[in-house]
Design a protein around this ligand. Sequence first.
Ligand code: FCB
Length: 453
Amino acid sequence: MPFPTNFQWGVATASYQIEGAPYMVGGGRSVWDMFCERPGAINDASNGDVACDHFNRYKEDSALMKELGIPNYRLSISWPRVMPEGVGAVDQKGLAFYDKLVDELLENGIQPHVTLFHWDLPYELYLKGGWLNRDSADWFADYSQIVVDKLSDRVASWMTLNEPQCFIGLGMQSALHAPGDRLNFKEVLLAGHHAMLAHGKAVQVIRARSAKPSRVGWAPVGAPSIPESNSQADIDAAREATFSTPGKTVWSNTWWHDPVFFGKYPDLEVEMFGSDCPVPKAGDMETICQPLDFYGANIYNGQTVRSNAASGEPESVPHHLGIGRTVYHWPVTPDALYWGPKFFYERYGKPIVITENGLGLSDWVALDGKVHDPQRIDFLSRYLGSLERAIDDGVEIDGYFQWSLMDNFEWYEGYRFRFGLVHVNYQTQERTPKDSAYWYRDVIKSNGASINR
Ligand code: FCB
């Protein structure tokens, strides 16, 4: 058996990227609604007002997933749809949307995996300081409780935050994502500390209030380094690079994972960041470090590293000329799904779940009415082949969520980049499964045996 029998095959999406109808019923605005209004912020001047209209088409989309044989679906909840002000009053109609969606998924034989936060912070909370405000951890815990109380009789798989590196780093340091701020590094790290506290408190809420036993994790960016060769020196160098941070940046694995899994900020970074480091209050690190059931990671690519012949230090190797690239210009590096899981499993000792992996292209409907995306099939075959190798080498891997079920609002790129297995025509909202969707259906059906190796 190439993949374990209970392996979780799935697809992922996020609320702001697909739902549309942000203020339908009584929902509130999110920082993404605000950010999209900023001239020049989104490359095609679009926003998530309609997106894939999933808010109105969730039944059709659930049926489509069933037709495509997808057994697991990672979705996220829009905080402002549930709590328009972020705190206090609950919009029951907004909450009811997720209630109905979960029912619909289950009726179609699809297990929901719920992410509580995929970047759509309530705008009202931004006005109160957002993640810079220490109270954000409690706001998030209160919101989590509302969702858990409503859905946990049917949802048994939870993720707290998606990619803190992005909503803190891209959102608050480099202004590429909402809310579009450029704070100094000390403030960025403080916001990150509060986000980690929010994660810990939400885990406590899920554990305390779930109506049935559930699995809990989170879904940060996983950025592995890949050894240039199989020499021990290069492997050690790649491991060292994976677990170190290249300067004053939040693009780090350990900065986020060491507190969450070990209850401690990593020594190397604490020394490098110096007085910019957050000063945890008593009990903070214990709150952040809640037992998790899996190590989630969104992995798209990796950087090749070797051991410098003279110093033995890790040294980045430029990607070879003409390397395959996605529309984001992200390099195609299938080995990232071997070395990432391997290194993360060695260090943190938890089963790995690939919470996102996939590629953006600019697919269109061909004259024959189909969408041919051989590059996506090749990309996914190669990455899944690496994942399988990691499993063969003893890495415990519980699941894989392809990003994404359907084309959607790709943040500052708007609708220009398409990551879906299903093509979306944004004029008509017509869904057309791409060749890769049928390919993935066979992969799932054969539990990986049909992957071209
Ligand atoms: C990840 C995000 C996801 C999607 C993919 C392409 O960083 O979590 O929402 O945009 O990238």
